[in-house]
Design a binder for this molecule. Sequence first.
Ligand SMILES: Nc1nc2c(ncn2[C@@H]2O[C@H](COP(=O)(O)OP(=O)(O)O)[C@@H](O)[C@H]2O)c(=O)[nH]1
Ligand SMILES: [Mg+2]
Length: 468
Amino acid sequence: MIIKALKNTLADSGTKKISIGVTGFSRAGKTVFITSLAHALMTAKNWQKEKGAGPLAQFSVYEKGAFKSARIREDIDSHLPQFPYRKMRESLLGINTHWPEATTGISRLFIEIDSEQSSGVSSWLANNAGMSDLGLGKVIIELVDFPGEWLIDLPMLDLNYADWSEKSLLLARSVARHKFCNHFFTQLSAVDAELEAGQVASDLAEAWTLYLQQCAETGLTLNQPGRHLRPDAFKGSPILCFAPMDKGLEKTALYKLMQKRYEEYKKKVITPFYKENFAKIDRQIFLVDVLSTLEKGEAIFSEMTNALQDVLKQFNYSKGGVLSKLGFAKTTHVLFAATKSDHVIRGDRKNLEEMLRKMLYLADDLNNVHGKVAKYQVMSLSSVKATSDFMTTQAPKREILKGRPNGEAESALYDPGGLPLDMPPYWEDVNFVFYKFAPQAMPDALHQGFPAINLGKALEFLIGDDVL
Ligand SMILES: Nc1nc2c(ncn2[C@@H]2O[C@H](COP(=O)(O)OP(=O)(O)O)[C@@H](O)[C@H]2O)c(=O)[nH]1
Ligand SMILES: [Mg+2]
């Protein structure tokens, strides 16, 4: 055991480590992406001979036949929660396939990838000097999974309590949200400043949480504070007992208590989460669920675009170079992926990519990301393809999907309708249906990985330069 650990340490000293931030709002597809990517890497050997096939198609090391092996390194940061790869994979295998459960806490996965050492120096060292154990030709990628609800907290770092309250209360009165907020506003207007502040604060926080839960259920994104929905280790902690209040109450003990807790929340919850998981990521894949928000209509779609805009301001992007090497402004590659692309017909997958690109013109209108990073790409992605592509037999022939929507017993043919080409879309003309397809039975997936679209292409963008 000790010798193995020592060998690993020695080998790791020459190994490139790449931290990939898998980012996205709740239900964007982070957990499914990590599961499918890990499983594709673990099973890639089985596809090796069929170039251009399998879930890692378009990952160049693999297509060139230079991919040697991948393994999960449970010994790295073994004191931290590990991403439950086996459990997630199991849910998608077998007869009763189902999508993995929603994520409640943070976890990490380290995958070591070995490739043929194609560079002259490294292959010479390996072949002639017996130094193949030094980690040359080896890359360790770190993937972090976390509840998407926490991501939406990052913009709070730039706001004080008064400004956050004003913004949140205004949003709560918006068309899409006001119907969920009556209970909270009734409580807020009846606040008795004479009562013990701690109790009133926790009642208001409870009413605010109820409101956020209802908003989240309808698909709205800007649900702050995110830990009210997914508290994880902070469950029951007084630090979460706050909610927004009108400025008119600022002289009261209750307001001051809320303000104090808000600042504590920023300092003790959001800042450590940001520092540990985002401040130093090398590469970022931002998963965006364009499709289900599109189906939910204008209010939900535009709130997601606004949330994207707020969140993108928080990251530290760079063109690489000295600053990034010193640990400042690290993230050099950013990939935006429109997920669940198996919900649209083949011919619309490029349109989906185009929709996201246009959405980013709105969300990143000052080019804070696009103009800053060394590498930038937009694509559509399906981490686990739950549909098959079909052509109708009767004229006029058209593309269609075969799949099983959640809750249905059998697979059938579905026409999801086309995607709008304008951004923002002309909402009266949108006729796209998001069928919420369940994963199909995938008898070969255990040894062949899950069928996917553009998974290898995404990996190529993220680490293709590093595993040559
Ligand atoms: N058809 C299809 N559905 C997906 C895919 N990825 C995610 N989903 C759906 O999106 C839901 C949320 O995915 P998940 O990875 O848990 O999202 P997270 O909250 O970002 O971790 C899943 O339960 C699936 O219903 C995909 O590649 N194809
Ligand atoms: Mg998740």
